[in-house]
Design a protein around this ligand. Sequence first.
Ligand code: ATP
Ligand code: MG
Length: 241
Amino acid sequence: MNIAYISSPKGGVGKTTLTANLSLSMQRLGYKVIALDLDPQNSLRHHFGVEVNDSRGLVTLLSPDISWQNYLLETSSGVSLLPYGQSNRDQKKAFDNKLATMPNFLYEKLDQLVLPEKSIILIDLPSGDSSALECIEKIPSVELVVLKPDGESVVTLPLIRTGKKTFFVINQVSRPHKLNRDIMDFYEQKMGSLLMGSVHKDEAIPESFSMKKTIFDYSPYSSLISDLDAISRNLSRIFEF
Ligand SMILES: Nc1ncnc2c1ncn2[C@@H]1O[C@H](COP(=O)(O)OP(=O)(O)OP(=O)(O)O)[C@@H](O)[C@H]1O
Ligand SMILES: [Mg+2]
């Protein structure tokens, strides 16, 4: 089972956007992609055209008898999506409690999925520490930590617990800015081969979101596409070994 999860010590760095865009990019490489949202914000679905009043999601699918397979939403992009689900406080607590008290719960749910050989599960996480992060750290998987090239991300570096398969992606890189370039140099030196790639800061990202289009449809010739495809190729190589 190929599983990668997108985390970050800091909020708002672009995890959800990256999860959505990497899903599309991995699909271009021929993978069947399952995009899973473990963040109670439930915002990954907005990148896949799910209606706001559609409350479906994994938050209520706690029973051991329920297979998540039957609840995957087939999106028009071709990516299969399992949103977190619209939920009230009690439902969120119950889900969190399940993750905290049954560390195997998530693994069992993912293991039940019947997927083609060339498939990948990409998981969007809440920022910082969470029961979901604790759970997924125990599952064989690749972690992509998203950071921005700014001081606020740099100061969080000592807080990151790195495992055997932790890699870094730097998002919102703006080369014309000296501080950005300096911090990128610092990341490159510090992370070496663990730096899986970077993504340019580009207004096409929020614009495409507002237009309800994928970045691949909205701006097919932007350097974002090659950024995303490079990260996907690297990710795919890691799974081959
Ligand atoms: N490469 C980029 N260029 C320009 N804007 C970007 C880029 N990546 C993300 N953004 C913008 O940054 C904002 C935050 O993105 P996103 O919601 O994906 O972050 P997040 O890490 O998932 O946040 P949270 O911690 O709340 O879950 C969004 O407005 C998004 O459009
Ligand atoms: Mg998010």
